[in-house]
Design a protein around this ligand. Structure first.
Ligand code: NAP
Length: 252
């Protein structure tokens, strides 16, 4: 990874922040796309501009993403790590229109826009890392749009892997992580408190991601036990939803 150039989103918080630290430790050059550059100003002061480039970009804004075309002229990008994401843990009819659109824009649509914009600058064998979610594989009462956006994201990454065999596409299907994500998803923090003991450590997960980027893995499914249970559920999902409904209402 020494000297490689990676584009990272979500670098100001949670998992993205942990990934940033590890990439910098590996002596990679990282360009972060962030809506609040001031959050990383002190880090950049410490490192200098050679290793960390901060670009202000609100990933909800399609025009700001399209404008990145000029920013990267003449550069080579060895990989994109898309860690920005959001979700609202509430019923379908409780989502405002803005919340619903925001969820799909950040988690799905604007990833695709960014990929298209950066494609001309990608190296011969680039790495595309998408931070998905285990919620892509199960019915998500009270987080329907979040789960739907992650399921669609997952399918886009799977298709990309086939369409572009020279890309290393890594999908990270993760269960709950102990990050500030939960403060926005559910300000009462009732889900976060209830499942605190199950939460993954973002630094540990980031280490797994960096290792998978190096070894060329296609998927990380963490935690493993959750992934296995979800596989069993897929054998007869409607039956399990009908008879064990409480399992699907944990974000209520
Ligand atoms: N935490 C979990 O339990 C969990 C579980 C499964 C999957 N995931 C996925 O893991 C990924 C990382 O989430 P996290 O837990 O690290 O969440 P987080 O701590 O809330 O971080 C989200 C990151 O996305 C950035 N972001 C949000 N909206 C943006 C926008 N409009 N423009 C630019 N950047 C924006 C945030 O920037 P600001 O600092 O400016 O807000 C922040 O850096 C997400 O894709 C999430 O869906 C999380």
């Amino acid at each position: 990874m020494i000297g490689k150039h990676y584009i990272l989103t979500g670098a100001t918080s949670g998992l993205g922040k942990s990934i940033l630290t590890l990439l910098l430790d590996k002596q990679a050059h990282v360009t972060v796309l962030v809506r609040h550059p001031e959050k990383l100003a002190s880090l950049q002061q410490k490192l200098g501009k050679a290793q960390l480039t901060i670009i202000s970009c609100d990933l909800q804004s399609q025009s700001q993403i399209l404008n990145l075309k000029d920013t990267f002229q003449g550069q080579t990008i060895d990989g994109i790590i898309y860690s920005a994401g959001l979700g609202y843990f509430k019923a379908i009819d409780q989502h405002t229109n803005a919340e619903m659109l925001e969820t799909y824009a950040l988690n799905l649509i604007n990833f695709n826009l960014l990929l298209n914009i950066l494609q001309p600058f990608l190296a011969q064998k680039p790495k595309i890392v998408g931070i998905g979610s285990q919620s892509a594989f199960l019915t998500q009462a009270y987080a329907a749009h979040y789960g739907a956006s992650k399921a669609a994201f997952n399918q886009v990454l799977n298709a990309l892997r086939i369409e572009r065999p020279n890309y290393h596409v890594l999908t990270v299907n993760t269960g709950p992580i102990a990050t500030p994500f939960h403060e926005k998803a559910d300000p009462t923090l009732s889900f976060a408190k209830k499942y605190k003991h199950l939460m993954l450590n973002p630094d540990h997960l980031a280490t797994q991601i960096i290792d998978a980027m190096i070894t060329g893995k296609s998927e990380i499914n963490a935690p493993k036990w959750m992934h296995i249970l979800l596989r069993i559920y897929q054998i007869s999902p409607r039956f399990i939803e009908r008879h064990f409904t409480f399992l699907f209402k944990n974000k209520a």
